[in-house]
Design a protein around this ligand. Sequence first.
Ligand code: PMP
Ligand code: GLN
Length: 383
Amino acid sequence: LNRRLAPFGTTIFAEMSALAARTGAINLGQGFPDTDGPEEIREAAVRALRDGRGNQYPPGPGVPELRAAITAHQQHHYGLAYDPDTEVLVTAGATEAVAAALLALVEPGDEVIALEPYYDSYAANIAMAGGIRVPVTLRPHEGAFRLDLDELRGAVTERTRLILLNTPHNPTGTVLTREELAAVAALAVERDLLVVTDEVYEHLVFEGEHLPLAGFPGMRERTVTVSSAGKTFSFTGWKVGWLTAAPELVAAVRSVKQFLTYVSAGPFQYAIAEALRLPDSYFDDFRADLHRKRDLLGDGLRAAGFEVYRPQGTYFITTDITPFGQKDAYAFCRALPERCGVVAIPNSVFYDDPDAGRSQVRFAFCKKDDVLIEAGSRLRRLG
Ligand code: PMP
Ligand code: GLN
């Protein structure tokens, strides 16, 4: 592995899912649902396969049906208008969208501000682009993690090129408020920064509302918005993601994407085009279901003795293990399957300074109710 990427090794998600497979523990580590998305959307994928739609290379920007559905979704849910021909790019998941955007927009030596704890591919992607990661740390405040706007402003220098935002935020579950987003937008405009905003959990907000950064004044032309069908429709294995942005930005990212994967997921693109046009009731029911699961797991974790930070969105709850007299989340997570048959993720790997998140452990609640209940009762054995 080259020197830039050597520090990143194997992702924590692969490591912890392998641990779950090896030990047979309940996997509340890697964030994927244990129930697949809607039957009718699976049928749509089968139809596309059978009818020969997408079995050969789809168009580089994505199939027209999906691009039109993405723009219709942005218009319907957020009142944002995008041109399906020039302002949308379909990618191999949000992972590729973020990677291609950073490779396209960051020059070696540019500083990229990322909220910390950060989703692990961000650090690797910034390194691939030759950028310098500048973390702005979300800190616990009244039982949840919050962004300190002064710290964000203080992180911008002459060399800052781009802010890599993520709301709703993985792993903390923080949903940035209208005021916070307005401040990020004002800063980006004032300092002439681009923003790549990862909004894959846009439909999983339980408190407050999801507001796309691209909708704030001055942001339409400087924001790359990333999302994914994996999270919104519970098909993480299909790897259908996308981004929307102004034509010059999409063109730049497309140039990179063509040499990464060229295209991907042909038949699945047609199925997701149908998914994006599901009625509002699908999105409402999905959110309500996950909201209930958040509370189910949250109650289990509290009963087991964890300090629980309250996520306003996403699939995840971040906890603190200090009440167990433990400080090292990594060691705690490695031992957890043997101690009680559960797998979780140490947030310490999402910090530049592992000491900062040393006692934080993340649990995923995108699982069946009986699995969450069983995990809760197993975790009570820790006490
Ligand atoms: N961004 C965030 C914040 C995530 O949590 C994930 C994982 N689901 C991704 C990007 C990657 O999404 P995808 O599976 O569509 O590549
Ligand atoms: N986004 C998922 C998580 O945070 C993991 C996806 C992956 O393994 N790349 O758990």
